[in-house]
Design a protein around this ligand. Structure first.
Ligand code: SF4
Length: 470
């Protein structure tokens, strides 16, 4: 576990966000602003690739978007077409080599890709490409896309990209630059989001439509699962190049990953989170004096919980927004330093109270334990932990960096055992039916919920799945 994980180890981490701009003289600048709005989806590295007069320009670096894209850096990215990427990575994969977009010249034309998601047949594809003489520079599955497109038979852009992507399995919301065309595509299940917007006569694509707000682009629509858009001099064309498959949008986007001001699949994330809290209050009530969130991700569901339980909502924990990833701990002797850097209790809200604290998920349990201790130290009489999603028992293979089953506390322990570990007076999760009710898919259709149920929509390698078992 890396240091930065230690500061936030009770949450899953998304791996990526993507943006694209077509037909705007300040394409790199708009991509930069779009990435800034998607920074929550990845803070490890960022990059932008542009095309200008048939030439490719790329800038990628480790760090935050605003640190990387100085005016001088943006000045090296001319052209009216851009794609961009923010990345979160596991410690092992944290290297500039793996920063996206990946960009090459192929057959005298630019070819670049930025990808959110994870392929599940990476090993097989890599072995096949290796045997055919491909040379890989990175350990990222995104590079496979470039090799597959490069090897696809000559022909229209849509056919080349479709031929390449039909060989892949798993999750991708991806943007490509192929020659002077932009391609935006979602896998047939549509695990990860991707939206189309318009700004004057320029087209923009982003993982979340909130990215459009900052650049005053207008949201046009979500790109459908299995849909491929090709944007070129003749406008936008839509293709459906894959076998139809049931939609399986990642429900965790609603629970935690997406920004609360995003609208995904027609559902306002903020409203959905409030409903998660309201249903949680109904099915997991407890006598208490005040409801507080674990900020920021628990805020909307705590408001929903408090409203439904007719209890006061207070900000009993204050989050510092200025914690850098490379903060040096002054001394190991300061206990719980990592979590104290991020969160501090408001004693006047908590002292002498029976406190309900609402969080979106528990991954390893270590941060929850520290938060409960912090609240007790601040004088809470009772601490009741309420989680606005079901227990996370299974790892994600579709683009979210999750720990192994061994490390997922709910994979190995009952709720009572977890409550004892985190030292809360009570602990309760939202059941899967409650999640479906709040998000609005009562039959279970339309969403992936595999990290709660283990019901994986796209096969994962059985051996890997077992090796991740407790
Ligand atoms: Fe989302 Fe969980 Fe499915 Fe991964 S396994 S796509 S985190 S719902």
């Amino acid at each position: 576990m890396s240091d930065e994980h230690e500061l936030d180890d009770d949450h899953f981490h998304d791996e990526c966000g993507v943006v694209a701009v077509y037909g705007h003289p300040e394409a790199a600048n708009l991509a930069y602003l779009g990435l800034h709005a998607l920074q929550h989806r990845g803070q490890e590295s960022a990059g932008i690739a542009t095309i200008d007069n048939g030439r490719l320009h790329v800038h990628r670096a480790m760090g935050l978007v605003q640190e990387i894209f100085t005016p001088a850096a943006i000045a090296t990215l001319p052209g009216a077409i851009a794609i961009g990427h923010v990345r979160y990575s596991t410690a092992g994969g944290s290297h500039i080599r793996n920063a996206q977009p990946f960009a090459v010249e192929h057959g005298g034309a630019p070819l670049a890709c930025a990808h959110n998601g994870n392929l599940t047949n990476t090993d097989a594809l890599r072995a096949e490409l290796d045997a055919a003489g491909a040379i890989f520079q990175t350990s990222s599955d995104t590079e496979i896309f470039l090799h597959l497109v490069a090897r696809a038979p000559r022909g229209p852009v849509e056919e080349r990209v479709a031929t390449a992507l039909r060989k892949t399995k798993g999750a991708f919301s991806a943007v490509f630059l192929v020659g002077d065309a932009l391609v935006a595509v979602r896998d047939p299940h549509g695990f990860r989001p991707l939206s189309l917007g318009i700004l004057n006569r320029a087209y923009v694509v982003a993982s979340e439509p909130t990215a459009f707000d900052l650049i005053t682009a207008e949201f046009v629509r979500d790109i459908d699962p299995g849909e491929m858009l090709v944007v070129d001099g003749s406008g936008v064309r839509s293709f459906r190049p894959f076998e139809p498959a049931p939609a399986r949008f990642c429900v965790f986007e609603h629970v935690y990953f997406a920004r609360p001001d995003s609208v995904l699949g027609g559902r306002a994330v903020y409203d959905t989170r409030k409903r998660l809290g309201a249903v949680l209050a109904r099915v997991q009530p407890v006598e208490a004096d005040v409801v507080i969130p674990v900020p920021d991700s628990g805020v909307a569901s705590a408001i929903g919980y408090a409203e439904a339980a007719k209890l006061p909502f207070e900000m009993g924990l204050i989050r510092s927004h200025y914690v850098g990833r490379t903060f040096i701990e002054p001394s190991q002797s300061i206990r719980h330093f990592g979590v104290r850097l991020k969160l501090n209790p408001v004693r006047s809200v908590i002292q002498g109270k029976r406190v309900i604290v609402v969080d979106d998920s528990i991954v390893r349990g270590t941060t929850s334990r520290k938060i409960v201790k912090m609240l007790r130290d601040a004088g809470a009489r009772e601490v009741h932990l309420r989680i606005s999603s079901p227990p996370t028992r299974w790892p994600c293979f579709y683009g979210i960096d999750t720990p192994t089953r061994r490390e997922l506390i709910a994979a190995n322990h009952t709720t009572d055992e977890i409550a004892r570990y985190v030292t809360s007076d009570s602990l309760a999760y939202l059941p899967v039916e409650g999640l479906r009710e709040a998000v609005g898919y009562p039959t279970g259709d339309g969403f992936c919920e595999a990290c709660f149920t283990g019901d994986y929509p796209v096969d994962v390698i059985p051996a890997e799945r077992l090796s991740r078992g407790p």
